[in-house]
Design a protein around this ligand. Structure first.
Ligand code: NAD
Ligand code: ZN
Ligand code: ZN
Length: 367
């Protein structure tokens, strides 16, 4: 069938919203009518060329919609189900899946991270060419064909705008706190970067009942939002005494947990300084694929600091996404407030531009 999709034909060039052909779902796949999609920094990376990617490519990996067609053999979903996209559909059989760590599923290296569907090939075509599915999701389009495990059923009475950011920004930020770091009540937390992921670190820390939640960002709009999401203190990273300010706010010791949601070499260096002796740094931000960090090794050892990477919330997305919806329904998780800007699919380049200039939280594409 013919759909409209936002296609990246060349890295560094704007996306082109144009007609594409989408094939019916194959065995183990579903077709979802996309209703809302969040615009994540991980869309901006391939659009700009920070990460190498083969083009043409339909971007979009965070969103929600309604299942319209199920392929042969799909028993977990039915037409009409409301779903949140999950860009890490696990195989369920590899050693990491067996260990209970599906976000580290071996299959993702051959599928999601190569912009392919698990069943192989592509269902998208445009201008007579095959088009790849970004992160196996490709939801900057009217419809998307994804693996059945890449669509998590959710209650039908939750607004799509609220669900739009759950499948990446929210699960990544909240999961980094609750699953990767396991922040305890009364802990002190610093989060570097208060964008889509960082605001959800703030929310996760609030859920964990952290006592102090210090948000650090280079810009004032995200910091204002961080305060409304539960940050107890905010620090402008552009000021030159940022380390002194964070130290002062943590009684001169540094924080128990530091989350680097930016992930460039400078912020990692800063994060390691912000952590107290015995404290942990959790890195969720993704740099250019060729980035390297360096930090002083001696104090790292002598102060027993810990450095953890965290991908996609380090948990069980198929269970965590419905849990997060429940927290929203109970008024314990802010989702509506994350969508600070809304766009039509045709305005996707404006949405990416606004994200790059960090006007605060998330832009949502709505249908
Ligand atoms: N680990 C994962 O599973 C995962 C999931 C989603 C996104 N990501 C990655 O996380 C990163 C953040 O994504 P996002 O969607 O939250 O981005 P975003 O653009 O919404 O937020 C980034 C924030 O960081 C701030 N910032 C930039 N440079 C800074 C600096 N030097 N110091 C302090 N603050 C700074 C910006 O002002 C902005 O508010 C991206 O690299 C993205 O690719 C990782
Ligand atoms: Zn697996
Ligand atoms: Zn994302």
């Amino acid at each position: 069938m013919n759909i409209n999709a936002a296609i990246l034909w060349e890295q560094g060039a704007p996306l082109s919203v144009e007609e594409a052909e989408l094939e019916a779902p194959r065995a183990g796949e579903v077709m979802v009518e996309v209703k809302a999609a969040g615009v994540c920094h991980s869309d901006l990376h391939p659009a700009r060329g920070d990460w190498p990617a083969r083009t043409p490519l339909v971007l979009g990996h965070e969103g929600a919609g309604i299942v319209r067609e199920v392929g042969p053999g799909v028993t977990t979903l039915r037409a009409g189900d409301h779903v949140v996209f999950c860009w890490a559909p696990p195989c369920g059989l590899c050693p990491m899946c067996m260990e209970g760590r599906p976000v580290l599923c071996d299959r993702l290296e051959r599928t999601t991270y190569r912009n392919r569907l698990p069943a192989g090939g592509t269902r998208l075509h445009a201008r007579g060419q095959d088009v790849a599915h970004f992160n196996g999701t490709a939801c900057f389009a009217d419809f998307a064909v994804v693996a059945a495990e890449g669509a998590i059923p959710v209650p039908a009475d939750v607004k799509f705008e609220a669900l739009a950011t759950l499948g990446c920004a929210v699960i990544t930020g909240v999961g980094a706190v609750l699953n990767a770091a396991r922040v305890e009540a009364e802990a002190s937390v610093v989060v570097i970067g208060a964008g889509g992921v960082g605001l959800n670190v703030v929310q996760g820390a609030r859920l964990a009942q952290a006592e102090k939640i210090i948000a650090v960002d280079t810009r004032s709009a995200p910091l204002k939002l961080a305060a409304s999401f539960g940050a107890s203190e905010v620090v402008e990273a552009s000021t030159d005494n940022v380390v002194e300010q964070v130290m002062k706010l943590t009684g001169g010791r540094g924080a128990d947990y530091v989350f680097d949601t930016v992930g460039v070499p400078e912020t990692l260096t800063q994060a390691l300084r912000f952590a107290r002796k015995g404290g942990a740094v959790v890195l969720t931000g993704l740099s250019r694929t060729d980035a390297r960090a360096s930090f002083p090794l001696f104090p790292f050892v002598m102060q027993e600091k810990r450095l953890l990477g965290s991908v996609y919330g380090s948990g069980q997305p198929a269970l965590d996404i419905p849990r997060l919806v429940k927290l929203y329904q109970e008024g314990k998780l802010k989702l509506d407030e994350l969508a600070t800007r809304t766009y039509q699919l045709e305005q996707v380049n404006d949405a990416l531009h606004a994200l790059a200039s960090a006007e605060g939280a998330r832009g949502i594409i709505r249908w």
